[in-house]
Each structure stands twice: as C-alpha cells, then as structure tokens.
Design a protein around this ligand. Structure first.
Ligand SMILES: Cc1cc2nc3c(=O)[nH]c(=O)nc-3n(C[C@H](O)[C@H](O)[C@H](O)COP(=O)(O)OP(=O)(O)OC[C@H]3O[C@@H](n4cnc5c(N)ncnc54)[C@H](O)[C@@H]3O)c2cc1C
Length: 374
C-alpha cells in the first residue's frame, strides 16, 4: 500500500462499493478500507432488498431524488450485469378511511417526486390483483421491486476492482487529521497502527459514520450528525401461506419506518417486517416474544394467516439521524469545506432507501470527489 493516495473510501457496504465503482472510472488511485473480513456484512446485508420507488420522502430531498434516480439505475444495472431481480410492484394499503387519506397523500407526494406509474385503486381493483388482501383502498406502485442484494454488492465490488480500485479488508480507520492540505488517515490492522495520506476521504462507514466524522474533528452534536440506532426485526412467513400475495404489501408508514410489510424475495421466500425499535447497541437477535405484534400488524390486511405461520428470521439496524419522536431527517452527503475540511466527504444517516439510492448517491459523490481533486 503506497504512503500517499488520491482517494480513501471508508466502508465497503453498498454505498462505499457503489462509490468505489463510480470514482474508479476516472481515478485509478482509489483505496477502500473495510474493518470486516469482506464487503457488505453490516446494514447492506440486513435489509428488505426492496427497490423502492420514492413516494415517502419530501420533494427535492436527497432521499427523494436519489431514490427515484437509483430505482431507474438499479433496473438498468440488473439488466446489464444479469443480477437477479423482480419488478413485482407494491401496494400501500389502507384498512380504514383515515389510512385512505394517507394513501392519497403518498400518491400526491410520489407524483411530485417524479415516481412513475402510481395509481390509486379501489376495493374492486384490489380484489382482482390481490384476492386475499382485505382493505378499502390502496396505492399501486408498479416500479417497486426486489433485488438479490448480495449480487448487487458483488457487481459493484467487481467493477471497482476491474477499474483498479484496491480493497483493504480487516482494516479499521481510527483517526483522520487534516495536515498540509491533505488527510492523514490512521488505520489499525493485524500488524498494528499505521497511517496513509489521502487528498480525498469519503466517509461511507454506515452505523459508524458519525464517529468517523468526529475523529476528523467535527462535533457530531453541533453538526447534527449524531446517529440513533433503530433495529428492525423480520419474521418469515410459512411457504404454505406465502402464495397469498403476489406483490409487496405495505401498510401506510409509521413514524420511524415504512411499517411492518410483506416482502417477497427474489428466491420466492416471504417475510414480514421490519418493525422499529430504538436501541443502544448494535445486535441482530430476533425476539420471539414480538411475534404477536407482527401477527396483529399483518392480520389486519391478510386475515387468513395464523400465528403459527410466523417464525423469527433476522434483524437489521438503521443508522438514523432522526431520534425517537423527531421529524423527517434527510441524508447528510457533503464535502466539509465550510468546516475547514475540504475533500472530506461525509455520508451520514444512510438508512432506507440507501440500497436503492446507492448508484445515484455514487454519481453525486463522484461529482464532489472530482471537484475536490481538481
Ligand atoms: C431493517 C432495514 C431494512 C432496509 N430495507 C431497505 C430496502 O428494502 N431497500 C433499500 O433501498 N434500503 C433498505 N435499507 C437501507 C439500506 O440497507 C442501507 O441504507 C444501506 O445498506 C446502507 O449502506 P452503507 O454502505 O451506507 O452501510 P453499511 O452496509 O453498514 O456499510 C458500512 C461499512 O463501513 C464499515 N466501517 C464502519 N466503520 C469503519 C471503520 N472505522 N473502518 C473501516 N470500515 C468501517 C462497516 O464495517 C460496513 O461494512 C434497510 C435498512 C434496514 C436496517
């Protein structure tokens, strides 16, 4: 590993990998540091694998823009690189009149955000599409789908490597210091602590991105970068009842998440989740006692399931800027020039729809990187 490089990316989740694939197209001196033994072992492999459409987020927010663009780019990438995916479509369902109003609001928001093909369906249309779902109205989003996320990550990894980017695994970034117009990045690996100098540092460290920003001298509380961990658990649905739906079925969203929904994966398995629980620690156990809540949530719109159809599956942890009870927070994606740190690009709070948005975020960050290098 050379002592001086152009670009260091911290983190090989879907976002770091997508950025590596994009930036390495125009710069051959890109190094990715990942603390785990390989890529994608954290949030990028603990999610619903849904290609979102983009109707949940305020107009012109990064979440809205990058989700809508990412949706288009992901389908192109899937086709070009042969990644398993299914454009199943999704229903956001209303079980009563109050929820119907929320469905209408999401429809209008989706139209403003440029989501294609949205349609409000009445009870009869819904019965034709999803005979087992019992609801009064629904929003149909035809461009929502599911993807084999492991193969998406592998695709970004392979493209970055082909372009000459280097991946250094089992190596944790422990400090960043601006010195003489560049950054000294301290790393810890099996051989101890050493440092590398870089012109541009991209912080794509997911659940740890606020700490990385702090290690570069940014006060996370003052900057509004402090992350809150919000766990999401999943229960699998017995294959015998999995056939009850043909599309993804979501309730109207709740405060911190999109609500316990029914997801079909590309391999045909069906699961319920994720729920939302703010936690102090990152850990991935599923609490069997929560089964009753999942059953109640899904039974409202899928009355033919029974509690025994559910089994604990897996969990993920969201890196949220929004604390419990707080309002919408957008992604932080910025070059920190105004904090005296030009060429430090922070990505903080990259929760859902981060998988969908990853190729669009990568385009944007490649632009920031190119400006910082020139
Ligand atoms: C329950 C759940 C469901 C979701 N569902 C969806 C969905 O259906 N669709 C969708 O679009 N999005 C979804 N998301 C969001 C999506 O999974 C994330 O936005 C995305 O995976 C974030 O990727 P990332 O690369 O930023 O983070 P990560 O995947 O967490 O990667 C960050 C990497 O940085 C590394 N790292 C951290 N600190 C250091 C350090 N100091 N040194 C070196 N390496 C470091 C970590 O080891 C990790 O590999 C979901 C998220 C959750 C939790």
């Amino acid at each position: 590993m050379p002592a001086e490089v152009d670009v260091i990316i911290i983190g090989a989740g879907v976002v770091g990998l997508a950025i590596a694939a994009e930036v390495s197209q125009f710069n051959k001196n890109v190094f990715v540091f990942e603390k785990n033994r390989t890529f994608g072992l954290e949030t990028s492999s603990h999610n619903s694998e849904v290609i979102h459409a983009g109707m949940y987020y305020p107009e012109n927010s990064f979440k809205a823009k990058f989700c809508v663009r990412g949706n288009k780019l992901l389908y192109e990438i899937c086709r070009k690189f042969n990644i398993n995916h299914k454009k199943l479509g999704k229903l956001i369902v209303a079980a009563d009149d109050v929820e119907s109003k929320e469905v209408d609001r999401l429809y209008r928001q989706g139209i403003k955000n440029g989501v294609a093909g949205l349609r409000i369906l009445a009870r009869d249309d819904i019965k034709r599409l999803e005979p087992n779902v019992n609801i009064v109205a629904a929003l149909l989003s035809p461009s929502t789908g599911v993807i084999d996320s492991y193969n998406l990550l592998r695709c970004f990894y392979g493209r970055a490597k082909e372009n000459g980017a280097e991946f250094i695994f089992n190596t944790e970034v422990i400090g960043i210091e601006r010195k003489n117009g560049t950054y000294r990045v301290d790393i810890r690996d099996d051989e101890g602590i050493s440092s590398v100098t870089a012109k541009v540092v991209i912080n794509a460290a997911g659940l740890f991105s606020d700490r990385i920003a702090q290690s570069a001298g940014i006060d996370p509380v003052k900057a509004g970068y402090r992350l809150h961990y919000c766990k999401g658990q999943y229960f699998s649905l017995d294959p015998g009842v999995g056939h009850l739906v043909r599309r993804l079925v979501y309730p109207v969203p709740e405060q911190a998440g999109v609500g316990i929904h029914i997801t079909l994966s590309v391999d045909g398995s069906v699961r319920l989740g994720p729920d939302t629980k703010y936690v102090d620690k990152i850990e991935y156990t599923v609490n069997e006692n929560d089964k009753a809540d999942f059953y109640r949530a899904a039974h409202r719109y899928l009355p033919s399931i029974a509690p025994d159809d559910l089994a604990p599956d897996f969990a993920g942890v969201r890196p949220k800027l929004q604390g419990l009870g707080e309002g919408f927070r957008d992604y932080v994606i910025r070059d920190e020039s105004d904090k005296g740190l030009p060429g430090l690009i922070n990505l903080i709070g990259i929760e859902s729809p981060g998988l969908t948005a990853s190729p669009a975020i990568a385009e944007y960050v490649a632009g920031l990187t190119s400006e910082a290098l020139n």
